[in-house]
Design a protein around this ligand. Structure first.
Ligand SMILES: C[S@@+](CC[C@H](N)C(=O)[O-])C[C@H]1O[C@@H](n2cnc3c(N)ncnc32)[C@H](O)[C@@H]1O
Length: 256
């Protein structure tokens, strides 16, 4: 019987190259915007941390504007891909480290910037992880949080979370903006900016990237067929199973 942590490693370890090549992860309006935010503030001075770095796309985008960035992930496969790809790109300011969001292996106030992209929906103890994110952030430091969002409408959200879980058993939950705001506020992170945009997930590459077994792909397609019109419209479900959800970015500051 596997723990959630073991499930995460089993899902991601063999898929580092697929995530490095993934267009959804290698592009997106957020990478340029994140770079702009970091350049506009003093966040770039000192040390930064990228939690759940995956194949490293956020760390690659930010590294040229930072003194140093630690790319952290529980998956050794992801970390060796990040180290190799950073060297190929001539990004010497990236250091990789194994660990998980719920117990960050760093002293309090170690970083001036803590960021995370497309990872929080896998974190089993999100509240504890956000508190730990805040602990390792220096007072006055910035946090950048980017992830796919849950739907505010309960019915749409149920279909969305079920689809995500069938595709990837390491999925925990996409949080809604309302849930995020309450969590971030309680952790002592003040919201400076929030942006949202639609993210279209092309079905065949989405399930191939995660190696979803054929029976679960069939189950997702069945669920999409059975979805009521409101859900089909809200998720813009297409004939081939492709659909669109929303991604959110929060730019935050730890109270000094
Ligand atoms: C989709 S990938 C991240 C993509 C990457 N940040 C980017 O910008 O392209 C999700 C990553 O979250 C990691 N992850 C899952 N659970 C985690 C946890 N509890 N703490 C830290 N990372 C975790 C996975 O190992 C995986 O590498």
């Amino acid at each position: 019987m596997r723990t959630h942590e073991q499930t995460v490693q089993r899902q991601f370890d063999p898929r580092a190259e697929a995530y490095l090549a993934s267009a959804v992860h290698a592009s997106g309006p957020d990478l340029a915007y994140a770079t702009e935010l970091v350049q506009q503030t003093a966040a770039g001075t000192g040390q930064a941390l990228d939690i759940g770095c995956g194949a490293g796309h956020l760390a690659f985008a930010l590294a040229p504007h930072l003194d140093r960035i630690v790319a952290l992930d529980p998956s050794p496969g992801m970390l060796s891909t990040v180290a190799r790809s950073a060297a190929e790109r001539g990004l010497s300011r990236i250091e990789v480290r194994q660990g998980s969001a719920e117990s960050l292996p760093f002293a309090a106030a170690s970083f001036t910037l803590v960021c995370t992209r497309y990872s929080t929906h896998h974190w089993r103890r999100l509240e504890a992880a956000v508190r730990d994110m805040c602990r390792v952030l220096a007072p006055g430091g910035h946090a950048l949080l980017i992830d796919t969002l849950g739907a505010e409408d309960a019915l749409t959200d149920t279909y969305l979370q079920a689809t995500e879980l069938l595709r990837d058993v390491s999925h925990v939950r996409n949080r809604s903006v309302r849930e995020w705001r309450s969590l971030l506020h309680s952790a002592g992170l003040a919201e400076l900016e929030h942006h949202e945009w639609p993210t279209r997930l092309e079905f065949s590459s989405w399930v191939a990237r995660m190696g979803t077994p054929a029976d679960r792909v069939t189950a997702i397609r069945g669920l999409q067929d059975a979805a009521p019109r409101e859900v089909k419209e809200a998720l813009a479900i297409e004939a081939d199973g492709s659909f669109t959800l929303r991604t959110g970015l929060f730019w935050l500051r730890k109270e000094a």
